[in-house]
Design a protein around this ligand. Structure first.
Ligand SMILES: C[S@@+](CC[C@H](N)C(=O)[O-])C[C@H]1O[C@@H](n2cnc3c(N)ncnc32)[C@H](O)[C@@H]1O
Length: 277
């Protein structure tokens, strides 16, 4: 499938729509995603693949068995996680995948070789939440709801509680949630911070704490990957809530994230289990 706006189409569009179309048509990640109907559903998937690859492949560790994906629609991140947990057949091994700098190009090779994604028996549970519907993904339990609603935490907890994960605790919480842009910078940052606070509250009650005895149980403190928008208020949030409660917090701007966007991610590793907020 190609994505090149025709001259007639370009002539009839507003200048902002025209530049959007041109930008899309030149974007290597958009091209890659459109190359196959069975490939990742979102351009965002390449951000998660890049972060995982550059930060210790935290999605693939053996002990990972419960992952929450917040703001998951259309499902690109959930596809990546389902693949890492073995729910989607990774026809090529991780070693074969040379994600950077041409993120996902081996995905094309994988699809060419095997025809389409195929599902297998994986491990663990993935819970994906969004206001919008998410088409089924093997191994992923989807919840269509507002994560900021009072019912959300309980619903996610129930979905996480499986015979394999009786505590209902999460090993990894991912949040790519973003409210629709209003165009008002202050309001947009405030909505992003509301989301960050709500995700932190959920993490506080539901992220695995490191196992007390590392010799018998290798489980580390849980991981939180949290999208936010750069702003002094966001920096304050990080200093007050994230830095004291995780062993490490890193700011990441993946190359698949558009340079002009203020979005960034905090990768917070080693939840300490403090309950001070
Ligand atoms: C950038 S998209 C996520 C893309 C996704 N990571 C992927 O790879 O397909 C952000 C999502 O956040 C969702 N969202 C925003 N506010 C939300 C809320 N309060 N509750 C649940 N989802 C929300 C939006 O509906 C949108 O689908």
């Amino acid at each position: 499938m190609s994505f090149r706006p025709s001259d007639i189409l370009k002539k009839n569009l507003s200048s902002s729509s025209r530049s959007w179309l041109v930008r899309q048509s030149r974007d290597p990640y958009v091209k890659q995603r459109l190359a196959s109907a069975t490939s990742y559903r979102s351009r965002s998937a390449f951000k998660l693949l890049e972060i995982d690859k550059n930060w210790g492949r935290f999605l693939s560790r053996d002990e990972i068995c419960a992952v929450v994906d917040l703001g998951a629609a259309p499902g690109g991140w959930s596809q990546v996680v389902a693949e890492k947990l073995g729910w989607i057949n990774p026809a090529l091994s991780d070693e074969d995948m040379d994600i950077a700098p041409n993120f996902g190009l081996n995905e094309r090779a994988r699809i060419d070789k095997f025809g389409s994604w195929s599902s297998t028996a994986g491990r663990g549970v993935v819970v994906a939440v969004d206001l919008l519907p998410i088409a089924p993904i093997p191994g992923v339990h989807t919840l269509q709801m507002d994560f900021l609603s009072p019912q959300a935490a309980g619903a996610v907890k129930t979905a996480l509680s499986t015979p394999e994960n009786p505590s209902g605790m999460a090993d990894i919480i991912l949040s790519d949630m973003a409210a629709n842009f209003s165009g008002n910078r202050v309001r947009d940052v405030e909505s992003s911070l509301d989301i960050c606070h709500s995700v932190f509250q959920f993490a506080k009650d539901n992220l695995h704490v490191a196992a007390a005895n590392h010799r018998t149980d290798k489980r580390r403190g849980g991981t939180l990957l949290l999208k936010h928008f750069e702003h002094p208020l966001s920096k304050g949030f990080r200093e007050e809530y994230l830095d004291p409660n995780f062993n490490s917090v890193n700011y990441i701007k993946p190359s698949a994230s558009r340079a002009g966007s203020a979005e960034g991610y905090w990768l917070c590793r080693g939840w300490k289990g403090l309950r001070s907020h």
